[in-house]
Structures are given as C-alpha cells and as structure tokens.
Design a protein around this ligand. Structure first.
Ligand SMILES: [Fe+2]
Length: 146
C-alpha cells in the first residue's frame, strides 16, 4: 500500500506542544516556502515525463514516473506541515511549466538523475543552514532521506 502524503501531513500535527511552539526564522520560512515550490515543480516535471511515456506506449516507465511524481508532492506536503507545526505561514508561488517533450527513455532517466541530484542539494543546504528550530526534526529528516 502506498503512503498517502495527506496522511503524513495529518500525522505531523501530533508533534508535542513544546516543539510546536518554536517559531521559524523568517529567512528559514522563506527558504522552506521556496523548497515547497521546488518539490511541486519536481512532481510536475515527473508527471510530464509520465505522460510522455504513456504517449510512447511505455506504461512501466509511465507508472514509475507517476510514483516519483507522487513522492515529490509528498515532500512538498511534509514541508507544508513542518512550517505550520512551527507556527509559520505557507506562501505558495507559481509553479514553472515543465518540458512537454523528451528524448529516449535513457535520456529521460539521466535527466531524472540530474534533477534528483539538484533537488537533494537544495534539501541538504536547507538542512545544514542555521535557523531550523530542531535540527533533528522528523519532517525535514524524512524529506532529506526519502
Ligand atoms: Fe523531493
């Protein structure tokens, strides 16, 4: 059974009161909101790849990209929940349009790998910067390691 990102968001609200009363720095809140946008763009990019593979009659690739798309959306929701748990404010920005056409499957997989390296880099920078109230926070650790 797949994890439902919405379930995780609900679970995040079970943090104890002591932790949930710790506020985010404005700079960190801004960076986390940017990360939500990056994660949703990743989801959108992978969904565009899924539809490309669907049109190319490659349902296995399409399914795999669809699963990756859902995972990225789940990351966005984890950060969404984290900001709220820390008393912050989520601000959603426009999501960039992903490419609609792609090359051969191997080229798409290389593009996915490059994108994963980039998005992991942004998460690692967020995790390492000062301003997280709790550096071992479950939501951030889950996004970083999933
Ligand atoms: Fe992600």
């Amino acid at each position: 059974m797949e994890d439902d990102p919405a379930d995780y968001y609900i679970a995040q609200h079970s943090l104890d009161k002591k932790e949930s009363n710790t506020m985010l720095l404005q700079s960190m809140q801004k960076a986390l909101n940017k990360q939500i946008n990056d994660e949703i763009y990743s989801s959108y990019l992978y969904l565009s790849m899924a539809t490309h593979f669907q049109a190319a009659n490659l349902p296995g690739f399409a399914n795999w990209m669809s699963v990756q798309s859902k995972e990225e959306y789940g990351h966005a929701l984890k950060i969404y929940g984290y900001i709220h748990d820390r008393g912050g404010r989520v601000t959603l920005d426009a999501v960039a349009k992903p490419p609609a056409t792609f090359k051969k499957p191997l080229d798409v997989m290389k593009q996915v790998l490059d994108h994963e390296r980039e998005i992991t880099g942004t998460i690692n920078k967020l995790y390492e910067r000062k301003g997280l109230p709790h550096t071992g926070d479950a939501a951030m650790v889950c996004v970083r390691t999933s």
